[in-house]
Design a protein around this ligand. Structure first.
Ligand code: C5P
Length: 331
């Protein structure tokens, strides 16, 4: 692939990630505020549906890569997935970690207020950088480390709660719960950094198509997700089915989540996990501003604007150094 094409793919995939993350946040927020009759959809079922949709979409992409030949598709899936069990098994590691991570985040959200959770989870920007340096041999200059610290501080400020809400939420959570929540979110920061960089290492060190790799990841994600659904919501699934409470908004959330899996894979392939952090940070600012103008459920404070300026400044600072850093990447 020519370098200009891969540069274009890098910025297109980062741009699509910003739009996808922003739409997912807004749709999820909308689906939570929507008052519906009947049972609510099961979150564990939405995870399984998204994995299934991701596998289907990736299979279609592999089909397209092979000029829509059914025979070639069968051959690739058989050769790359069935006949190479050790290669396929490699993907069980990030899939298992992501499943654990989703559960840890659930524990974190049950024991911490949403703002503390979101602010603390930004530490994953630094763990991702640390794993990129240790596992991929990526080298970052002083300016880039500084820009990552500024980015983390900026996102933390953007998500800093308004004083009154914070005080009332803080007192309702005991120190013990806070500690459990904090441990869960800190572990999730490490698992997010490790799983992302591990997937990047697999993608960049082997020749297999990113979509085949994503099918392998999705297969394990689907199996682990199914086990999770049966463990947490088995009774309710047996009573009212897996798709209880699904509506148009649920389908939109599932589609956006599956699309997220595809876009994240493309971003990791054509850019990297560190740039993915910048894209998601920018989308946090975008979704907050859109929800202010459209949903009118947020009042931006001076702390928010300071944070937004820091995130944007960090993005520029990082990309200033990008050229020299890219040339020193070993992978
Ligand atoms: O918070 P973090 O950036 O680590 O979240 C990554 C999310 O993206 C996880 O929920 C994971 O399941 C998903 N993912 C995916 N397909 C990939 C890589 C990540 O669905 N190829």
């Amino acid at each position: 692939m020519s370098s200009s094409l891969s540069t274009r793919l890098k910025y297109v995939s980062l741009g699509v990630l910003v739009v996808q993350t922003t739409s997912l946040v807004l749709t999820m927020r909308y689906s939570r505020t929507l008052k519906e009759d009947g049972p609510r959809y099961l979150a564990s079922s939405a995870v399984v549906s998204a994995e299934l949709l991701k596998i289907l979409a990736c299979t279609l992409l592999v089909f397209r890569e092979h000029n829509f030949s059914v025979r070639a598709l069968n051959q690739v899936l058989k050769e790359e997935i069935v006949n190479k069990p050790m290669e396929t098994m490699k993907l069980a590691v990030p899939a298992g970690i992501y499943t654990l991570q989703n559960n840890l985040l659930y524990v974190a959200l049950s024991n911490l207020d949403a703002a503390t959770y979101q602010v603390t989870y930004q530490l994953k920007i630094l763990t991702t950088a640390l794993f990129s340096v240790t596992m991929l041999g990526k080298r970052l200059g002083c300016n880039q480390w500084l820009s990552l610290l500024i980015l983390m501080a900026g996102v933390a400020l953007v998500q800093w709660p308004a004083e009154s809400a914070d005080a009332s939420q803080q007192t309702s959570l005991s120190a013990g719960f806070q500690f459990v929540g904090l441990m869960a979110v800190l572990t999730a920061c490490f698992s997010s950094g490790f799983a992302g960089v591990y997937f990047e290492k697999i993608l960049k060190e082997t020749k297999q198509s990113v979509w085949v790799r994503n099918i392998q990841l999705g297969l394990f994600g689907f199996v682990f997700g199914l086990i999770g659904m049966l463990m947490y919501d088995g009774q309710r699934v047996r009573e009212s089915g897996m798709f209880q409470g699904y509506n148009k908004i649920t389908f939109t959330v599932v589609v956006l989540q599956a699309l997220g899996g595809l876009v994240i894979a493309a971003v990791i392939k054509y850019a990297d996990n560190i740039l993915k952090g910048f894209a998601t940070s920018l989308s946090i600012i975008m979704s907050t501003l859109i929800s202010y103008f459209l949903l009118e459920d947020f009042n931006p404070t001076s702390v928010f604007f300071t944070g937004a300026v820091l995130v944007i400044a960090a993005t520029f600072l990082y990309s200033l150094e990008c050229k020299s850093a890219t040339s020193s990447i070993k992978v």
